[in-house]
Design a protein around this ligand. Structure first.
Ligand SMILES: Cc1cc2nc3c(=O)[nH]c(=O)nc-3n(C[C@H](O)[C@H](O)[C@H](O)COP(=O)(O)OP(=O)(O)OC[C@H]3O[C@@H](n4cnc5c(N)ncnc54)[C@H](O)[C@@H]3O)c2cc1C
Length: 315
């Protein structure tokens, strides 16, 4: 079978299918380290993904896998304590998927930065994406999978290559399958040398700019921005300066850090995740795209559901 895409969705799906005994080829337009997935922070955190109940199930399944992976630091997954906070209040408390966790507690006096109204302390999985994508790639290859660098020109070419296609092309699905409901929401991260921060911090809000930082050993990922309908992956110095200013206002250790670089990704955003089967040009196509800003934290749940669809119909 043919999987399109080698971001976190394509690779996780490839791993689940290959480890189930399927012969899987992944075709990707970019090296995994060049994808939007490589840009993510990435936290298993609050999500507003739809459909809500399915997204919660995917998040819960992914959480369980991440807890296992966190026992093996070489995977890039690690359980970390930190703070999720808001200047105005949470829409629901605890927000989104944090309600699935035990041990979440409100911030005590002195635990919130100035200007914040509410906050929660929670231990959640963080994922060092460059390392994690390398781990997934190796795991896929070790399970017998084949990874081919080279895009398909359209679904017709994919259907000609294989009677079973899994479409994990992120925001590129907009053009590939003609789905105008999927749009890019660009996001910047500034990557710096970690000055000794061990906890994460995430500001929740509904503006397109906020403060967040996620430690991955010597590497610290600072965010964040969100610009609707923006296709540019070229780093913007004003966006980077804003991130450094907002994070520095919360964490004094960030006032003078060595900057490694600024990276930009395109969140594949839609009103609801597209995970379903269709028939196209004689092939069965299972779509799995449109995960917005939460594609990492639902990745194993989605991959497992794709595999269930594929394997159930194959029997
Ligand atoms: C700044 C930022 C921060 C984020 N933080 C988080 C976070 O903390 N937690 C979280 O869960 N999520 C986070 N996300 C969201 C997450 O990164 C995405 O939801 C996720 O990476 C989407 O994965 P994907 O595999 O669907 O898409 P992508 O990573 O975009 O991969 C798409 C793949 O499809 C391939 N492709 C495209 N066209 C073709 C074609 N024609 N033929 C073959 N292959 C093709 C591409 O080359 C690529 O390999 C963040 C995103 C950004 C930008």
């Amino acid at each position: 079978m043919l999987v399109l895409g080698a971001g976190v969705q394509g690779l996780s799906t490839g791993v689940v299918l290959a480890e189930s005994g399927c012969r899987v080829r992944i075709r990707t337009a970019e090296h995994p380290q060049e994808t939007t997935s490589a840009v993510a922070g990435a936290i298993w955190g609050p999500t507003s993904l739809h459909p809500v109940e399915r997204a919660r199930r995917w998040a819960a399944r992914t959480h369980a896998v991440f807890l296992d992976l966190a026992a093996h630091p070489e995977t890039g997954v690690h359980s970390t304590l930190g703070t999720v906070a808001s200047r105005t209040g949470f829409p629901e408390s605890p927000p989104g998927s944090l309600g699935l966790l035990d041990g979440v507690r409100p911030c005590g006096a002195g635990e919130l930065p100035s200007g914040f109204a509410v906050g929660l302390r929670a231990t959640v999985p963080l994922v060092d994406m460059p390392r994690y994508l390398e781990y997934l790639t190796n795991r896929f290859l070790e399970a017998g999978g084949e990874l081919v660098l080279g895009p398909v020109s359209g679904l017709a070419e994919a259907a000609e290559e294989s009677p079973l296609v899994v479409n994990c092309t992120g925001v590129a699905a907009r053009e590939l399958v003609g789905d105008p409901g999927v749009r890019p929401v660009s996001g910047h991260h500034v990557v710096v040398d970690n000055p000794g921060i061990e906890e994460y911090f995430v500001e929740l809000g509904d503006t397109g700019e906020w403060a967040s930082y996620m430690p991955h050993g010597q590497r610290l990922v600072l965010g964040g921005t969100a610009v609707e309908h923006d296709w540019s992956r070229t780093p913007d110095s004003r966006a980077a300066e804003g991130i450094l200013r907002r994070c520095g206002a919360i964490q004094p250790l960030l006032h003078d850090v060595r900057i490694r670089g600024t990276i930009v990704g395109l969140r594949p955003t839609s009103d609801a995740v597209r995970l379903h089967t269709e028939h196209f040009a004689g092939a069965r196509v299972v779509h799995n795209y449109g995960h917005g800003g939460s594609g990492v934290m639902v990745s194993w749940g989605c991959a497992q559901e794709v595999a269930e669809l594929v394997l159930a119909e194959a029997r």
